[in-house]
Design a protein. Structure first.
Length: 223
């Protein structure tokens, strides 16, 4: 299956009734600042450099970010910070990600979510994650050069660990930490990373130097 065919299949998915209902609800009950915009309101696919050795993984699309714009980490403050840092290490061609037609291209990186739909309270059910893991698994199979997964946020990290426990012979007990590196399969390293959320940035838990240094470390791991 070509990646384009996989993405078309993802966008049409209706498998989780709770998620289908919630993503549609968000697209009708819009945030005030986006009231005149048409929300995407469907599952979100990954995008980027399919030959990349680095994959960035978030838990799920943001309610008024990816669920609105139709692209993961696009159109919110988390994406503003993330792409500013990716641009500074030459992993993207521009420092912003605002909409599907903004000209953004990723270099040496691919980005996706473990869960393709926005879940209520950012808390997916295990059944929903398991449903989506078939897509995540196919995405990984297309990334034939993959060496490093950067998990954005603890809940994104936990989802990745859950995936590798369910699909690979991975039994080690590991704990999330920014910049911590774990071998989760024969060929793949998992790197923990604080989520680029306004809360983490505003409190100083995460800043540009920390994020840029982590991306530089990930790039070195691919050599």
């Amino acid at each position: 299956m070509l990646i384009e065919n996989l993405n078309n299949t993802i966008v049409k998915c209706q498998k989780c009734p709770r998620l289908v209902k919630f993503r549609k609800k968000i697209s009708i009950e819009k945030r005030k600042e986006f009231i005149n915009q048409t929300y995407w309101g469907k599952p979100i696919t990954g995008f980027g450099d399919i030959k990349s050795k680095i994959l960035l993984v978030g838990l799920a699309p943001a309610a008024h970010g990816g669920n609105r714009t139709g692209r993961v980490f696009t159109g919110d403050k988390s994406s503003d910070f993330l792409y500013k840092c990716l641009y500074k290490v030459k992993m993207s061609n521009q420092p912003n990600s605002t909409d599907l037609n903004d000209g953004l291209k990723l270099k040496k990186s691919y980005i996706t979510t473990a869960l393709k739909c926005v879940p209520p309270e950012d808390k997916p059910l295990k059944k929903e994650l398991n449903n989506c893991f078939k897509f995540f698994d196919l995405e990984l199979s297309h990334l034939k050069n993959l060496k490093v997964i950067i998990a954005l946020g603890k809940i994104g990290f936990d989802a990745c660990v859950y995936y590798f426990r369910a699909n690979y012979d991975f039994k080690e007990k590991i704990k999330f930490g920014h910049g911590k590196i774990f071998k989760v399969s024969k060929n793949i390293l998992l790197v923990g990373c604080y989520h680029p959320s306004p809360r983490n940035v505003n409190t100083g838990r995460l800043n540009e130097n920390k994020m840029i240094n982590l991306f530089k470390k990930a790039l070195k791991l691919t050599n």
